[in-house]
Design a protein around this ligand. Structure first.
Ligand code: SAH
Length: 216
């Protein structure tokens, strides 16, 4: 008992509480077990209250929700998805969490980002591939993804980030990853820092992250 009072942190580790905190999905201390948690780690670092942000692939809306929370009521988020089921899932999630007020959703291709979104983005999220487990099985495609990435890169403010989660395990995935990497490699290093983050202790097919930071 004396030990517990003197070293509360030891007590929590012994009870496995620390592990729970690390694994809680969507939490600040979420374990970096995959590309999406790693993208959230970077977004939490960079996105501030009052910022502007884009979710180019809403899916079930988890990234949209994180962006809405980070920018707060003084900021603004734009979300795109071509599938009605994804837009309705995102809308429902935002409403449930009381975060729909500063989010504008578009049921259209992210190729049309620059028609709707102004310059000055602190962040843009691209979670590629398809939505697992639902009827929303449409997959992102290299041409539209690269077009939207080019527009998002031009809309970033200095210090703004694009986080791209890439999946190579499905049909067409390797081609899309190749196109995204080719696009990233072509960016002028005086204007953009471009990173690729992969897990060394997972198979080559594990999802990975490409990160783009606007320098000037
Ligand atoms: N692979 C991720 C989920 C990706 S969801 C995971 O495992 O969690 C990708 C989303 O992109 C889908 O909801 C799909 O409808 C959407 N999408 C596909 N093409 C698009 C386009 N051209 N514009 C906007 N969204 C698109």
């Amino acid at each position: 008992m004396v030990l517990v009072l003197a070293f509360p942190q030891m007590f929590s580790v012994a009870n496995g509480l620390e592990g729970d905190v690390m694994n809680k999905k969507g939490s600040k201390n979420e374990s970096l077990r995959g590309a999406v948690p790693l993208s959230h780690f970077f977004l939490r670092q960079r996105v501030q209250p009052g910022d502007l942000a884009l979710d180019a692939t809403c899916g079930n809306g988890l990234d949209t929700l994180l962006l809405a929370e980070l920018v707060g009521e003084g900021g603004r988020v734009w979300g795109f998805d071509v599938q009605p089921c994804a837009i309705s899932a995102t809308k429902a999630l935002l409403e449930r969490e009381g975060r729909s007020g500063n989010v504008e959703l578009f049921e259209t291709s992210h190729e049309r980002v620059s028609e709707h979104v102004p310059a000055g983005l602190a962040a843009a999220v691209f979670n590629l591939g398809y939505l697992p487990g639902g009827e929303c099985s449409l997959v992102t495609s290299p041409e539209t993804t690269v077009s939207a990435l080019t527009q998002a890169a031009a809309l970033l403010k200095k210090g703004g980030l694009i986080v791209i989660s890439l999946y190579t395990g499905h049909e067409g995935g390797p081609q899309e990853a190749f196109a995204v990497e080719g696009w990233g490699a072509s960016l002028d290093p005086r204007e953009y820092n471009v990173w690729r983050s992969r897990q060394l202790n997972r198979p080559d097919t594990a999802p990975y992250l490409v990160l783009v930071e606007r320098v000037r």
